[in-house]
Design a protein around this ligand. Structure first.
Ligand SMILES: Cc1cc2nc3c(=O)[nH]c(=O)nc-3n(C[C@H](O)[C@H](O)[C@H](O)COP(=O)(O)O)c2cc1C
Length: 167
């Protein structure tokens, strides 16, 4: 069995729910990223949007994994879309640790019908190899579970296929 790690940031729980489902299906370790920034309420929303637009890199808190990051065969990274980009804490994680990750797959969640597939390429700028699989999901949409399961199938299949998106 490959060693898989799920890492995610979630401000309001949607990415967290999805990543927990994915980790449970894959029976793999899961780690939540935290930063010290107050992202609550309207001011937190605005701060988060501005940080994402400015590609700010707020420090992420130290986190523990069972293995060193370099030892995982695959790291699945989950992030909400913020202002058309990956969330600031995930960008910080990628900046700090991206070069240690041997293979990556991405899970992005969003509120609109826009798929934001360009976020995958933005995230690839920080890692050694282009992502092996990726999915963009609007939580609660028709088809969200189908695309989650397609992503899981692609991971189980070695991550060669890119399952795409949910509406
Ligand atoms: C600051 C901010 C900016 C956002 N920008 C976008 C956006 O550009 N497009 C979009 O579809 N959703 C956007 N969203 C919505 C979130 O991506 C979406 O609700 C996501 O699933 C939330 O995940 P979470 O509950 O794990 O934080 C934004 C949310 C926040 C807080």
């Amino acid at each position: 069995m490959p060693y898989i790690l799920c890492v995610y940031y979630s401000r309001t729980g949607s990415t967290e729910k999805l990543m927990k489902e994915i980790a449970q299906e894959l029976k793999c370790e899961i780690v939540k990223l935290e930063d010290g920034v107050d992202r609550s309420g309207i001011s937190g929303w605005l701060r988060s949007g501005m940080q994402a637009m400015a590609r700010k890199l707020p420090p992420v808190r130290e986190f523990k994994t069972v293995l060193p990051l370099t030892a995982y065969d695959l790291v699945i990274i989950g992030t909400p879309v913020w202002a058309g980009r990956c969330s600031a804490p995930v960008r910080s994680f990628l900046r700090d640790y991206g070069q240690q990750l041997r293979r990556t797959a991405y899970v992005i969640t969003r509120a609109s019908d826009v798929r934001y597939e360009e976020v995958f390429e933005q995230m690839d700028l920080y890692v050694q190899e282009p992502h092996a699989a990726a999915v963009t999901i609007r939580p609660g949409s028709v088809g969200a579970e189908f695309w989650r399961d397609s992503f899981l199938a692609s991971i189980r299949n070695g991550g060669k296929e890119k399952p795409g998106h949910a509406g």
